[in-house]
Write a protein that binds this ligand. Sequence first.
Ligand code: BGC
Length: 742
Amino acid sequence: MKHKEILELLNKMTIEEKIGQMVQIAGDIFLSEDKNAVLTGPLKDLHLHNEMVYSIGSVLNVIGARNVRQVQKEYLSKSRLKIPLLFMDDIINGYKIAFPIPIAQGCSWNIKVIKEMAEISAMESSIAGANVNFSPMVDLSRDARWGRVMESIGGEDPLLGEIYAKTIVETYQGKKLTEVGKIASCVKHIAAYGAVEAGRDYNTVDMSEREFRQYYLPAYKSAIEAGAEMLMTSFNILNGIPATVNTWLIQEIIRKELGFKGIIISDYGAIEETIAHGYSANGKEAAKNAINAGVDIDMMSSIYANYLKELCIENQEIENKVNESVLRILSLKNKLGLFENPYGNINEEKEKTYLMNPSNLEKAKKLTQETFVLLKNKHHILPINKDKKIAFIGPYVNNIGITGSWSMFSDRSQNHTLLDSFQEKLGNNIAYAKGSEILRQEEINKILSAEGLPMVHIENEAQKEQEMIASAVEISKRADIILLALGEHYKQTGEACSRSDIALPENQIQLINELYKLSKPMILILFNGRPLQLNTIEEKLDSILEVWFPGTTGAKAITEIILGEENPSGKLTMSFPQNVGQCPVYYNHYNTGRPHHDNFRYVSRYQDIPTESFYPFGYGLSYCDFKYTELHLNKHKISENETITVMVKIENQSNYAGYEVVQLYIQDVYGSVVRPVKELKAFKKEYFKPHEIKYVKFDISIDMLKFWNDKLDYVAEPGQFKVFVGGDSVKVLEDKFEFLLD
Ligand code: BGC
């Protein structure tokens, strides 16, 4: 459709039809056989009147070629102007193939990995009818208590967030949204949602504009510059005003400064929630606040549906804003080609051949392997010698539930258990005992009751627990190595899963303690969605492989790594805390006036734990041993428009081939505002053959030295800089240079 025709269409629309476009509801109501149930059920809860249903603009989380076709068809048959619906879905870590959760994907430090996962997700979901994906989530996350860190693609680092955001948006959207396999990206959540106080979900955020621009904004900005079609607001208050109705954020920053022209959608019910926040006095005011701020679509509340019309009648300016929003929505439908073909890229035939196809599953397995992080490997106990007798213990050994909390659409028919995968390779050299449940029932009941589900009582749970441990100990006595598969419950991570205790569940710790008494080598495969507190168990373990929630191909991917057929290469994107009291802990912090040093009491530290994180940002081992030497700068002074070339020698001192993520950090030693102790500025993931030596090169430019000063200018200031290169943010080689003005 030409732009002129869209304007003509807009002119034909009644005010009700326009407002309908700005409302999004869960689309399953169209799928119900019993239409009465539909109109009395969800719509009643949302206080929507029946006519509104056939003028709404988009639906949430309906997917599958058959379903989407059915809903679109029925909707169009009843809609006066035949404006097709938009189908928006949460394909957070894949559709039918579940990929590793986003925090894990980020740990690959490999753009190719991120891109290929996004490509398959987009193709799978677009042929199944998705037009828009509520992804990527690029909220910078420093606090492991926050359950949603599992969704954060860049973890605690703004540069990773920036790079990954661009990669994912460009991959989802391609050059043209009508191309097969392309979907629009809805980037979330604007803004600073990851900074919720005390890591409690939906909580308050208060931060200086400088801090916001320096750390939190870059990833959203990068997504906008990459052409993201949509943004989603966040649930938090930002500096006193809920983000969803924050005019400064949406109008000044997002629209004016960053030039965002696409659609802004509220998060689920967030416009209505501005009342509970104590900002909007009632529904009408909530609608007014949101439309004035610039929110185009009200997700899952009836605020726009019920109050926008009245506001338009009272105020022409609001009607103008409604017209602008509807124009944006119609324009996206047009870009997706839905006016010509309301069924978009839906393709039942391709669905049959492409979804879960074996070559994608094989690819997924390889990609998944790059997301694992080897946290510890004492005496190179991994990879496991295949001749050893293994006791395989833990609730994740014989469990296909390893796809994480957003994998509701994934096809579990191809999920394997670790037990299957190991037995396939090693036959009967493995003895299995569950050893413990993931959680005690009391913990599960807390989750069930929060979901309104009935609680379960288990008779003699304590005794059963002891019996499970006893049989694990028994089989371990006869083994050479104890291989543990433990971790969080997937329902302990994700939205509304903030936790003040981020250690492994108590019953699993008890299992470790009992097995430790056998003095046998113990290896832990760790399933989780956040950095965990490992301080009480780490010493008892010889090796720890962090596998997050690895998705459909996870079990096979892990098996190959543990057996040494593949080599781990992931690096952490979030620091692991010593214990929960240290949260938030992150590598790019500022110095205090009293940095920690020994033998002096009045310094900035904890009395009971070290100041440093337990495992730092950027950290991750390999079966290779990489030795960094000979850091060399081609000059030690730089002026405007110049670059410094940094070179480092890296030697793979092992018989294994593998990847290493070489990281370059810079510190601006003195600034007009204080600067962090280190900031990641560049990285390269390099492949090394056994015993290969490589010289890895980076260029430092003045752009890398820029920051937001106290006048909110983005500047590089002359002075001293330190440069660090290493395989993580702590173990680095160091040199310095000076930036001089010409
Ligand atoms: C989440 C969003 C998600 C939306 C739709 C909300 O509760 O915060 O990230 O996209 O629901 O499912």
